[in-house]
Every structure is written in C-alpha cells, then in structure tokens.
Design a protein around this ligand. Sequence first.
Ligand code: NDP
Length: 321
Amino acid sequence: SDNRVAVLVPGKIHPRVLETLNGRFDIVALDRSESPRVDAETAARVRGVAVSGGFDAVWMDAFPNIEVIANFGVGYDGIDVRHAASKGIVVTNTPDVLNDEVADTAIALLLNTLRQFPQAETWLREGRWVKEGPFPLSPFSLKGRRVGIYGLGRIGLEIARRLEPFKVKIGYHTRSPRDSLPYDYYPTLKEMAQSVDTLISIVPKTPETHKVINAEILSALGPQGVFINVGRGWSVDDDALIAALRNGTLGAAGLDVFYDEPYVPAAYLSLPNISLLPHVASASVPTRNAMADLVADNIIAWFGKGAALTPVPETPVKSKA
Ligand code: NDP
C-alpha cells in the first residue's frame, strides 16, 4: 500500500466515493476538526483530497503535497479556492450531473409554496378533511405569473426550460446576458424584482451575492410576490424576509437552503406562508450516485491520465505539467 497514492477524506462523504477509491488509493480518513490531527509522514503522503462540506487554508497547508481537491457538490464555496490556486492545487466540483434534479426540485418547491400542497397533505393526514371539510383554497396560483430567475447558469437554464410549458413569462438576471435565449434579460436584480412577481434564486455563494435578497428586493416583488431559494441561504437577508412575510409585503416564500445550516430561524417555522425543505434539491439516490462517481472519477483521472474532468474556473488546470 506504500506505493499507492494516498487520498485524504476529511469527515463524512457518500459511501460510493470510498468504495470506488478504496481499491486504487490508500484512503486516509480523518475526523473533521479545526485543524487535522495527523503525523508528518502520513501528511506528506497525501496527494489527493475527496471532500464533502469544506476544506480551508489550515487544512490545505497541513498537507504539503496535495495536487487535487475533489469537492462533492457543484457549489464549492466551502473550499478556499483562492488558496488552492495560489498553491497550484486543482479543485474540482460536480457540475451538470445534478442539473435536472435541482431544477425539478425548484419547480416542486415553487408549486408547494404557491398551492400549499405540503400543508394540504398534513390536513388529510391529521383527519381534518373528515372533521372540518376541504382544505382552504390556496391564495396563490402559478397561472399567469411573471418569473425572474436570479442566476441563469447550468441549473438556472434548466429551471427556465421547465417553466416554459407552464406558460408563465420568464426573465433572468446575471452579470452578463446569455446569447440567443427567448427570455427577458434584466441588467440588475432590482429592475427584475420590479418587473416580476416570482423570484427564483440559483446563484452561487460569493462575496457579491451576500444578502442581496433584501427588504428592497422583497417589497419590489410585492404582496402577491413569491420568493424561492434553491441557491444558497447566504444570498438572503433573513430578518428582511421574515418581516416581509409577517407584514404581507411579500406573499410567500419557499426555501431549500439556509444561512447557517442545519439551523433554521425559529420565525420561519411559525410562519404559515412559507414552504421549507432541508437542502434536498439534489438528494435522490441516482443523482447523489452520479455526483459520487464524478468525485471519484476526477481523482482517478488526475492520477491516471494527469487531467481533471471538471476543474472549477478559479483553478483551470486541466492537466499536469
Ligand atoms: P453556474 O456557475 O452554472 O451558474 C451560476 C449563475 O449565477 C450564472 O448564470 C452566473 O452568471 C450567475 N451569477 C453568479 N454570480 C452572480 C452575481 N454576482 N450576480 C448575478 N448573477 C450571478 O452554477 P450552477 O447553475 O451549476 O449552480 C449554481 C449554484 O446553485 C451553486 O453554486 C450552488 O450554490 C447552488 N446549488 C444548490 C443546490 C441545492 O441543493 N439547493 C444544488 C446544486 C447547486 P454571470 O456569471 O453572468 O453573472
């Protein structure tokens, strides 16, 4: 085993990643902590990392010979990519294999938020249909809505395509417009919020997207307005959203992601006009298997062919020197 490349797995990861890597690499499994507890000899042997969750500069510096960090997930905000880039380490993520699943979830969460299907099912399960009669009519409908998608990347585009048969009006905001699409482009989020009544956020967590969904944006959506978040909780000013949902400045919201997961503000739990999911947008067995395979395949490709399959743009190292 001493001749085999050592791959570090800090904390938990999808079991299929370990199954695939186990036969080919020497796995170094460590608990998550502030800094790694590992002897110098083992630390020096580690050349690859497979990780789900986060890998900061302290961890990176503890292993002097890391070449590749394969992140489980398309969002890689948990990895210090600037630090990795400065050290010549390539970081990979899992794009595309989860687009359909996450877009499906966005549509489901949108419909749940508008039509209150989870609450209606609870009504049935609690025997209230028999005792009290039909579930109350949902105040909102998808019919005739104007939907603005904040972020029209790989996943945002799949959300837009799924919205087409619903016959809603579709627009989007990104920093640069995408070529030849039949959707309205808005150069600012504010302008889009003023023109639509339904906002879906699917942007990454970056310094520029911090709490951009604020009181001004939410009130621009209006009392009939609906906000859906399948991107990152980081993009939302929770206090503003809670206030807007309470006082009717905004009609309803649907959230799959939160600022400090797994903690969800207590106010959300007590509001009737919100639909909540525990970050499950990509969480099906087939999609998580595909993500696990792409994590393992990036490591295998790097050490086998000398090229990563899906490096992130900050570390665009396709192949070894
Ligand atoms: P992409 O990189 O393909 O798309 C990102 C989009 O966001 C692009 O259209 C980009 O356009 C836009 N964008 C980025 N920064 C800004 C900004 N400051 N202002 C306006 N638009 C911006 O990523 P994916 O579609 O693959 O994934 C998007 C994110 O979704 C992930 O990073 C992740 O955080 C989240 N996600 C959540 C999941 C869940 O379980 N809920 C599952 C999967 C992903 P432009 O560069 O032109 O601005």
